[in-house]
Write a protein that binds this ligand. Structure first.
Ligand code: GTP
Length: 404
């Protein structure tokens, strides 16, 4: 038994003997089992122009022929296509999603090319946020589709980054971990490649483009990660072709002048990319996606919604409160609309009644006029009739007098 202090309070410390265990030493195993059982999502965005070698590199990286059907390139819009693959290595299950950009850089006006990509990334953040804001959250069962990494394929021109590359990376740098790679590195010579890398690094610095930096705070991986950071962008070669060499099957590209071995560090940086991305920093990429990129999206979105994520109130409480407030406002607005409507109906109703009364009065007036005229006509008729009778009488009397 020993003593220590936490926040000024003294804390007694106990060591449980191995002979009589309580069992909480199994907690890490329970956590690992739970994670392994669920599997790990990894979402990779492959961003690069048509035919740059995106699908081939994914096949090479995961040593599988995913058999990705070439996308139709007849549309003039940049679209994103997801391919889901469930993979297992020993006990670990990887729920891999490869997101392919179709038609990137194919447009005549390329200034808007990055917009659908930004939208896609934000849509995934939005889905996660909506799940997080639910009262009954099921994040453990939720399939996380947030993009963990964007592999940015740079064509091996030997020149430098284009305006489009810079504009796209600037639009993405705060939303996703960008790992730039020089694709089809076997297409240029070693000296050209070295110069190309220098030009790219210079351009990235000039435009202050933030690309993914491997963490150097963990002493176990600090040295390796520092070297990875210095060596980026990696120049890679992909291949779906396997050849036998020294009894081993290796991935390579065969040319009349020789063989380019994908996993030979003298030939390209593929191994470095795999080491850096898959074997050393995959968890950091997932973690950074959550704690940096998603966090920024969430903060911005919540403050746009008028929500502040503070310690006193949980996010759910704040959201529910805001939702209640919004509902009350809506109800109030609805009530106003209803009252307005009733008032307007009443006004219209009294106007109509007024009109009806006017019409009725007019009708009565006309009716009166009509009966007056009728009465006068009848009087005239009676008078004429009497005059006629009198005239006839006198006529008969006159003619009888004449006969006599
Ligand atoms: P889209 O999906 O149509 O945009 O193509 P993509 O970017 O997925 O390219 P894909 O992997 O289909 O490769 C296009 C062509 O480039 C194929 O003929 C590949 O064999 C070839 N290719 C892929 N990687 C390399 C490479 O590293 N070097 C060379 N020289 N060719 C490559």
């Amino acid at each position: 038994e020993s003593k220590s202090a936490v926040n000024g309070n003294s804390v007694k410390e106990y060591i449980i003997s191995d002979k009589d265990p309580v069992g909480f030493d199994l907690l890490p195993d329970q956590l690992v089992n739970k994670c392994v059982e669920r599997g790990f999502p990894l979402n990779i965005l492959c961003l690069g122009e048509t035919g740059i070698g995106k699908s081939t590199l994914m096949d090479t990286l995961f040593r599988k022929n995913f058999d990705t059907k070439p996308a139709a390139h007849n549309d003039n819009e940049v679209t994103l296509k997801e391919h889901r693959h469930d993979m297992q290595e020993k006990q670990v299950r990887l729920k891999l999603t490869i997101i392919d950009t179709v038609n990137f850089s194919d447009q005549i006006d390329k200034s808007e090319s990055y917009k659908p990509i930004v939208k896609y990334i934000e849509d995934q953040f939005e889905s996660y946020l909506q799940e997080e804001l639910k009262v009954r959250r099921a994040l453990h069962a939720y399939h996380d589709t947030r993009v963990h990494v964007c592999l940015y394929f740079i064509p091996p021109t030997g020149l430098t980054l284009k305006e489009l590359d810079i504009a796209t990376m600037k639009a993405l740098e705060k939303r996703v971990n960008i790992i730039p790679i020089i694709a089809k590195a076997d297409s240029i010579t070693k000296p050209e490649l070295l110069q190309f890398k220098t030009n790219i690094i210079q351009k990235l610095k000039e435009h202050k483009v933030h690309i993914y930096q491997c963490p150097t705070d963990d002493p176990i991986v600090a040295k390796a990660n520092q070297k990875f950071n210095e060596d980026m962008p990696f120049a890679v070669v992909g291949s779906t072709e396997e050849i036998k060499q020294g009894g081993k099957t290796i991935r390579a590209r065969q040319y009349p002048w020789g063989i380019v071995q994908v996993e030979n560090e003298q030939h390209c940086d593929f191994v470095k990319l795999r080491e850096m991305f898959i074997r050393t920093n995959m968890e950091d990429l997932r973690e950074t996606t959550h704690s940096v990129h998603y966090e920024l999206y969430r903060k911005t979105k919540l403050s746009e919604m008028g929500l502040v994520d503070d310690d006193k109130k949980s996010l759910q409480e704040a959201y529910q409160e805001k939702k209640r407030e919004h509902k009350q406002n809506m109800e109030r607005a609805e009530e106003n609309v209803r009252e307005n409507f009733i008032r307007r109906v009443k006004v219209k109703e009294s106007e109509l009644k007024e009109k009806e009364k006017e019409l009725h009065d007019r009708y009565e007036e006309l009716k009166k006029q009509h009966s007056e005229e009728k009465r006068k006509l009848e009087e005239d008729r009676d008078r004429l009739k009497a005059e006629m009778e009198d005239f006839n009488k006198r006529k008969t009397l006159g003619s009888s007098k004449r006969k006599k």
